[in-house]
Structure formats: C-alpha cells, structure tokens
Ligand binder design. Structure first.
Ligand SMILES: NC(=O)c1ccc[n+]([C@@H]2O[C@H](COP(=O)([O-])OP(=O)(O)OC[C@H]3O[C@@H](n4cnc5c(N)ncnc54)[C@H](OP(=O)(O)O)[C@@H]3O)[C@@H](O)[C@H]2O)c1
Length: 336
C-alpha cells in the first residue's frame, strides 16, 4: 500500500479547497499543515479539513511543519520565494500555474533542485493530466497530416468587476504577476507545448486594461509547417470551440482549458466522441499523478513522466516569458 503523503498548504482561497477536496478523493495524501497570513483563517481551514497544525509565520511553517510536500496556491509573484524555501527545507513542491514569473526564477529553482536531488517539483497544470487530454494526444498521434490548431479559453472573471470599480485584485495586478496570459492563457500554452512542442517564433497581441496587465489577448505560435493560435480572456466570455487541424479531418474541443469533450471529425464529416470523461474533481488526475511519482520516484514510468512534466514546465515558463517580451509586458520589479 502507498504511504500517505503529508501535505502542507499555502493560500486558503477556493482553489486550495478544491485541491484539498481532490486529495481526499485520491486517498494517498493527508493534510497536516495549513499556512495563512491570518491566524483565524489558518485555524478555520485546518479545522474544516482535518489538518493537525496551523501557522501564520512562513519560516516556522517550513521549520516545524509535519508535512513532506507543500501545495503553493498564493498570488503568482510569491511562488518563487515560497518554492525556494520549500526546496531548502527538503519539501516536495506542488506549485500552482504559472509556476514562476520568468526564466531567471525558473533557472534558480532548477539549480536548487539539482542540489537537493531528493526533492520533487511539480507545476499544477491540471489540464494536461486529464484522461481527456491523453485521449486528444493519442488521436493527434494517429493523424497523418497536422496543420496547426486554435485554442480558446475565455471566462469573465468576477474579479474584473473589482477592476471596473477602481480596485486592483492580485490576478489583475502587475505587482503580483497577473493578467490573462498568466492565468487562463497558461492552459492554452500548456496545450500547445504538450501537443506540438516549442515553436520557432511567437507573437503576442494583448488587450491591456487599466491596471496595466492584459485582460485578454491572442498569441500566435509559429512552427515550421503551421501556426497555433491561442485566444484567452478574463474580461469576456467565449463559447468558441478549439480545433486541431488535419488535412480534411480535425479534432474539435469544447474548451481548451476545461477539455470537457473532444470530437474527431473525419474527412467525410463522421463524428466520433473521443473524450468526454467528467472527473469528480478537476484536480484529481493531477493529484493522483503527483502522488504516484512521490510514492515511487524510481519507477521507470514515473521517472519518465516526472522528467517530461519538468521539461514542460520549463518550456511553458520560457514561452510565457517570450510572449510577454514580444508585447513589452513586464511585471513590477522586472527590468526590460
Ligand atoms: N489550477 C486552477 O484551476 C487554478 C484556479 C485558480 C487559481 N489558480 C492559481 O492559484 C494561485 C492562487 O490564485 P488565487 O486566485 O487564489 O489568488 P489570490 O486569491 O490572490 O491569493 C491566494 C491566497 O494567497 C494568499 N494571499 C493573497 N494575497 C496575498 C498577499 N498580498 N500576500 C501574501 N499572500 C497573499 C491568501 O491566503 P491567506 O489570506 O490565507 O494568506 C489567498 O487565499 C495562482 O497562482 C493562480 O494562478 C489555479
């Protein structure tokens, strides 16, 4: 039987609750430790979810916490320092997407990991771990001709209401490495890189909002024989399907972030649903994948998967940065 992974969490918003609900279903983790800036929040989250300890000081959390793996779901700009602390304390890291703001940070984390070879690192990009993503990838591998794709993931964010009311919530703040590319855009970048690899050239056309970040945008990734276009928005909704093009055939996907359903449409317009698994919790497949590797990192398949996800995380980090560079979009504290 697998050993239980002892989990600590940073951040107490709904996404952490969703991850904690997923680990309850996975049955291979136990939540032991909760960190929040606020004592009552930490205690309430711990009590609600059966954690044994709560902390308000990050140093004490890492020094004394009974956990071996930390899930980091803080604002994007804090991931780097928190992941660094975790690695230095010998804790495995599961960090929410986008893992780090730029390549400099990613390189430092990878160097630390080399020096702490017992520590595992995962970026929580939930879409690429789903059975539906695997089904899409398998179908793509069968297609004889591939001529690019268009991926769309756009959802109006309730936090844009706050921007319209004159405020600057973290997700729309350049101080916290926010914006549409860094948020919903990440899923489309993951889809593209996981399915097609790294492009040769990229261009990004952002639509900026009052706070200085991109509220929506279109990215074009250029490959030797085709382009992949990414559309994402947090300031508008879209029901546009995503598509991967063959010669006369294609794969049609309902939504590039949620990947709820994918249909293969052949040259004669016959339709075959190739993916429509609804997970009980959208974070369950990634939680199960990470647990499998944490519990048996030397297993050949686990090691291969781990290295693949790590490479993907580095590539996505590079691509996100290149896209921002193309659009001259920089966060507070980043020199051009
Ligand atoms: N995988 C997914 O489906 C998904 C969905 C949503 C978000 N995310 C990712 O999850 C991360 C968190 O996103 P979010 O929207 O939940 O962010 P958020 O609401 O801005 O912050 C998350 C948590 O971080 C702490 N925090 C907030 N502001 C802070 C500050 N100024 N300094 C230090 N800590 C602060 C808060 O916890 P305490 O008050 O308890 O300290 C808060 O609950 C992001 O990286 C995002 O991209 C992933």
């Amino acid at each position: 039987m697998d050993k239980m992974i002892k989990l600590g969490i940073i951040g107490t918003n709904w996404i952490t609750q969703q991850f904690v609900d997923a680990i309850k279903l996975a049955k291979t983790y136990e939540l032991t430790s909760v960190y929040s800036r606020h004592e009552q929040t930490a205690k309430d989250f711990a009590a609600k979810n059966g954690a044994t300890e709560s902390f308000t000081d990050l140093g004490t959390f890492f020094d004394n916490g009974a956990f071996d793996t930390v899930y980091i779901a803080s604002p994007n700009s804090l991931h780097f320092e928190q992941a660094k602390l975790a690695i230095l304390h010998g804790k495995n890291v599961i960090v929410e997407k986008p893992a780090f703001a730029n390549q400099k940070q990613m390189a430092q984390i990878q160097e630390l990991l080399t020096n702490h070879s017992d520590v595992l690192y995962f970026e929580a990009a939930r879409n690429i771990h789903t059975p539906n993503f695997h089904a899409i990838a398998a179908k793509l591998a069968e297609m004889t001709t591939v001529q690019g794709a268009e991926f769309t993931y756009s959802k109006y964010s309730s936090r844009y209401d706050q921007v319209l009311a004159g405020k600057e919530p973290n997700v729309f703040s350049p101080k916290f490495a926010g914006g549409a590319l860094q948020d919903l855009g990440v899923y489309t970048v993951y889809d593209a890189v996981a399915l097609f690899g790294m492009p040769q050239e990229v261009a990004y056309f952002p639509q900026l909002i009052r706070t200085g970040v991109d509220g929506k945008g279109t990215a074009i990734l250029s490959y030797p024989e085709y382009t992949v276009t990414l559309n994402f928005s947090k300031v508008s909704n879209s029901h546009m399907t995503s598509e991967i093009y063959g010669l006369k055939d294609l794969i049609s996907i309902d939504d590039a972030g949620e990947l709820r359903q994918a249909t293969y449409i052949d040259a004669d317009n016959n339709r075959q649903v190739i993916a429509n698994t609804i997970d009980e919790n959208p974070m369950l497949p990634e939680a199960e994948d990470f647990a499998r590797v944490i519990n048996d990192p030397q297993n050949e398949q686990n090691h291969k998967d781990y290295e693949n996800w790590r490479q993907l995380s580095m590539h996505v980090n590079k691509l996100l940065f290149n896209l921002r560079q193309d659009a001259h979009l920089y966060f507070v504290g980043e020199e051009e």
